[in-house]
Design a protein around this ligand. Structure first.
Ligand SMILES: C[S@@+](CC[C@H](N)C(=O)[O-])C[C@H]1O[C@@H](n2cnc3c(N)ncnc32)[C@H](O)[C@@H]1O
Length: 457
């Protein structure tokens, strides 16, 4: 697939001490080290800076091959974020807090110098039919529009989608301004990008429902800007309703929603009020990672902007929402984050969902080391029983029935803590099939992302 050409430079932004030079850092090559593989390994998580990961993907020949790049970066919020692992589930149970990531900047120019080359690097990966979605809020949306105008050109703009991420309640509703309850998705695309907006079912007032001669329920609306030629086409398929006075209305046939209520099916526009905030999602979806987005939001984005089986890249993966949405919608995702806590959270989440996962790190990224696990191992012919003694409450642990202490770890058994109204601890004991005399591996992940691997001779 040919890649999107850089635009003729029509715009060059300036800010004090701007260091970003288009075409510079965004193209640097890179490599990874493979750390482990579980199942088919189809969803890939990479520890590393967004720029390094984009370089790795370029070195793998993926520039111009990616269907969808989703970027949910820090928003210049001047805050630092904390990951809250709730060990008991309910709000008042035990909480393990870890610093997740920082979003404080001395100057807005520093933020732009971080963001611009990373968006540019993501845009370089796009196929001609692909699109790049940058998710921000009021603090950065106007900046991202301008950056993308410089990176891809004004004519590559597709949409500015506004998602209501929170209800207008509490402090927001009582402040001397309209509630800042919205996030913005800035969407630009390759020259042949096409989105397929979904439809949603909107209930119809009973008084506005009519029935045609065949007993089909419909509602009608004025012809609006339909031309006579379009009206003739709609008439031919029974979609035109004429009143007694001869006035022309368009018929919209109705469908039932899950509760049996008659609804009009409407195409979703750029105002998304129907994707509930994460706090309304099932508690099992909430990983405790700050600024996690609802899976339903990512599912909508993936379905409308990438083909089934397509390749999706997320360079600021956080808790792995994009990767899980890719898994459940039948896409392949490569997701990276600079923080081990993010990758460990995303890994645990994907494995709980039953996905096959490959974990890598860029050569520039270092994985922090946890305390080595303590295990009890008993062997029988052809199998081994492994009990995890320490740590008692890991985020996740796994066993490789053959591991020589070097290279990638192929998981044979794994267990992760499951968040939810009643959080469920990772299981303590594993049984794996194993060939005698081959050493095994036991790997643990702590909530801060630190990892330790023990070779069991
Ligand atoms: C807004 S959060 C992403 C949340 C994610 N969409 C989710 O649903 O969980 C931003 C993420 O960007 C990561 N990040 C910040 N700077 C980065 C960089 N230079 N390269 C890669 N990741 C970075 C942070 O560690 C954080 O996890």
């Amino acid at each position: 697939m040919p890649r999107v050409k850089a635009p003729k430079r029509e715009l060059r932004l300036t800010w004090p001490r701007r260091s970003w030079e288009p075409g510079g850092e965004a193209a640097r090559p890179g490599e990874t080290r493979k750390l482990e593989r579980t199942g088919d390994g189809a969803q890939t998580l990479v520890l590393g800076d967004a720029l390094d990961l984009a370089g790795v993907l370029t070195s793998r020949g993926l520039a111009g091959k990616v269907d969808l790049v989703y970027i949910d970066p820090p928003y210049a919020s001047q805050a630092d974020y904390v990951l809250e692992a709730r060990l008991d589930g309910p709000a008042d149970g035990r909480v393990r807090r870890t610093k997740a990531y920082e979003d404080s900047w001395t100057e807005i120019g520093d933020y732009l110098d971080m963001l611009a080359p990373r968006i540019e690097a993501g845009a370089r990966l796009l196929a001609k039919t692909g699109s790049i979605w940058v998710h921000v809020d009021w603090r950065a949306s106007y900046l991202v529009r301008a950056l993308l105008d410089e990176i891809l050109g004004r004519d590559r703009f597709i949409n500015e989608i506004v998602w209501r991420r929170a209800p207008n309640l509490g402090r927001q509703a009582t402040s001397a301004q309209f509630g800042r309850t919205l996030d913005t998705l800035v969407v630009y695309g390759g020259p042949d990008a096409k989105l397929i907006p979904p439809t949603r079912k909107e209930p119809i007032e009973p008084g506005a429902i009519r029935w045609d001669d065949e007993g089909r329920p419909f509602t009608s609306a004025p012809r609006g800007d339909y031309t006579d030629a379009s009206i003739a086409k709609l008439d031919a398929i029974g979609r035109v309703h004429r009143t007694a006075t001869g006035k022309v209305y368009i018929k919209y046939f109705l469908v039932k929603d899950d509760d049996g209520v008659l609804c009009r099916e409407r195409r979703v526009d750029a105002l998304w009020t129907d994707v509930p905030p994460l706090r309304h999602a099932k508690t099992g979806e909430r990983t405790g990672y700050p600024t996690q987005k609802p899976r339903a939001l990512l599912e909508r984005i993936l379905r409308c902007a990438s083909p089934e089986g397509g390749l999706v890249v997320d360079l600021f993966a956080g808790s792995g929402t994009t990767a899980e949405a890719a898994f459940v919608t039948g896409r392949r995702a490569i997701c990276g984050d600079a923080k081990p806590a993010a990758i460990a959270t995303a890994r645990a989440r994907l494995l709980r969902a039953g996905a096959g996962v490959t974990v890598e790190r860029t050569t520039a990224a270092a994985w922090p080391t946890a305390e080595p696990p303590r295990v009890l191992v008993t062997r029988e012919k052809g199998s081994a029983h492994v009990t995890l003694v320490e740590p008692t409450e890991p985020l996740a642990w796994s066993v490789a029935s053959a591991w020589d202490g070097e290279g990638s770890f192929t998981t044979t058994w794994h267990s992760e803590r499951a968040p939810g109204a009643r959080a469920v601890r990772a299981e303590r004991a594993a049984t794996v099939l194993r060939a005698s005399k081959v050493p095994m591996g036991v790997r643990v992940f702590a909530d801060d992302g630190a990892m330790a691997t023990l070779m069991v001779p």
